[in-house]
Ligand binder design. Structure first.
Ligand code: PLP
Length: 232
């Protein structure tokens, strides 16, 4: 086996990693960085992968399919973080390693049914609409247990935790109430499912606050890649 190539320098990645490491997580958990690569070109993903980043998040199934094919040789980990339509479950189950946007019962069984036999179980997060915003994806807090039970009952799915996208309040500190409410739900659910390990919340402008309130995975796009493009 040839030795692993040394990572190439990437100042934006180093900077975000340093900022993550500087925040104390309340349980001392290790925080994972998800690089959100939607509307970013393949070359930008290659550059981050060369610097050692493994996990990438995409919002659109079709865009992710093209990128995954182009980058198959790199062995990256792909997360779906955008809304999932029922008619895209078959593609999503085959393309992604994680689906973070499971917010209704209707998509649980198809994701399990279409998960390819050769692949390990699909990692799943329940997406919660924590502020009960109208026209926003995510289940209510009252639906979390029902969805978690349905996911946990599927051998081809693996329940890993919860995800949320709090409203973009102009003042990021206003998001702390939502982060704290998510942390409460996560701790409560972990009482029933001790193996869950992932609370996905926090983006470019608030990931440090999210970690301080218990996030174990932050989803960062523009702080790593710069502004998004009109097309990928
Ligand atoms: C686009 C997106 C992100 C990343 O947003 P940035 O502000 O660019 O860091 C994170 N999570 C979700 C669900 C997104 O759609």
């Amino acid at each position: 086996m040839p030795p692993e190539p040394a990572p190439l320098p990437c100042p934006a990645l180093d900077h975000v990693r340093t900022r993550i490491a500087a925040v104390r997580h309340p349980h001392g958990a290790t925080v994972r960085l998800l690089a959100v690569s939607k509307m970013q070109p393949v070359e930008a993903i290659v550059a981050l992968a060369a610097a050692g980043q493994r996990a990438f998040g995409e919002n659109y199934v079709q865009e992710a399919a093209a990128k995954r094919t182009a980058l198959a040789a790199l062995g990256l980990e792909w997360h779906l973080i955008g809304p999932l339509q029922s008619n895209k479950c078959r593609d999503a189950a085959a393309l992604f390693d994680w689906v973070q946007s499971v917010d209704r019962i209707k998509i649980v069984e198809p994701l399990a049914r279409y998960r390819p036999d050769a692949a390990p179980p699909l990692n799943v997060l329940v997406q919660v609409n924590i502020e009960n915003e109208a026209s926003k994806s995510g289940c209510t807090i009252h639906e979390i247990d029902m969805l978690a039970d349905a996911i946990a009952a599927q051998p081809r799915l693996r329940l890993r935790g919860l995800m949320a996208i709090p409203a973009p309040h102009a003042d990021p500190t206003a998001r702390r109430a939502a982060f704290r409410a998510m942390r409460q739900q996560f701790d409560r659910l972990r009482g029933r499912y001790p193996d869950i390990d992932t609370l996905s919340m926090g983006m470019s402008d608030d990931f440090e606050l999210a970690i301080a309130d218990g996030a174990t995975m932050v989803r960062v796009g523009t702080a790593l890649f710069g502004a998004r493009h009109a097309t990928p």
